[in-house]
Design a protein around this ligand. Structure first.
Ligand code: ADP
Length: 173
């Protein structure tokens, strides 16, 4: 199970995987951070499609094509804004991972890559976010055989260190 998980540092828009996940906002009309990078790399057709989708509630996920990206699909999910932890942020972040993986499987994806959802502008504490990302993904992989690989893409050294620490804690408790 855990052999299907990979942690790398890099730019998610460059990855040759079936589906990349976008940390979008409720409008799905693009934004800053990884969302802006994905829209720039995919080209304007992506915005045409996400405009038609018409938004996405926090914790849910919507699929679009990848257009000029190497990835065939983009799964847009909306992470929670961190407001101190008392507003259901942890459950909503877990929902993002589960619903994104479900949407990817529905499109026939075998390989999926995630950014660290909510840990940028939305302010979710990185270590807690990494724990939720990995626990939710491991739980999903235990019940779903069709995925071959899930990649966590870390943007910067700190994220990479944190993800690797959390992952080694999970494999050797
Ligand atoms: P959010 O609003 O969900 O917090 P952000 O885009 O601000 O979304 O940040 C989410 C994470 O994506 C952050 O950890 C940020 O460093 C990372 N990130 C930004 N650009 C990229 C990229 N091109 N590839 C992968 N991760 C990225």
């Amino acid at each position: 199970m855990k052999g299907k998980i990979r942690i790398i540092q890099g730019d998610i828009t460059k990855l040759q995987v079936d589906a990349i996940v976008n940390a979008a906002n409720n409008s799905l009309l693009g934004g800053g951070g990884v969302d802006g990078a994905i829209h720039r790399a995919a080209g304007p057709e992506l915005l045409n499609e996400t405009r038609k989708i018409g938004g996405c509630p926090t914790g849910e996920a919507r699929a679009s094509k990848g257009y000029k990206l190497p990835a065939r699909w983009v799964i847009h999910t909306v992470g929670p804004i961190w407001r101190g932890g008392g507003q259901d942020e942890e459950r909503l972040l877990a929902d993002c991972y589960r619903n994104s993986l479900t949407a990817a499987v529905e499109r026939g994806a075998k390989t999926v890559a995630f950014p660290a959802i909510s840990t940028g502008v939305y302010g979710f504490p990185l270590k807690r976010a990494a724990e939720i990302a990995m626990k939710e993904t491991i739980g999903f992989l235990e019940n779903e055989d069709s995925l071959n690989q899930v990649t966590f893409v870390c943007f910067g050294d700190e994220a990479l260190r944190t993800y690797e620490e959390v992952f080694s804690g999970l494999i050797s408790p």
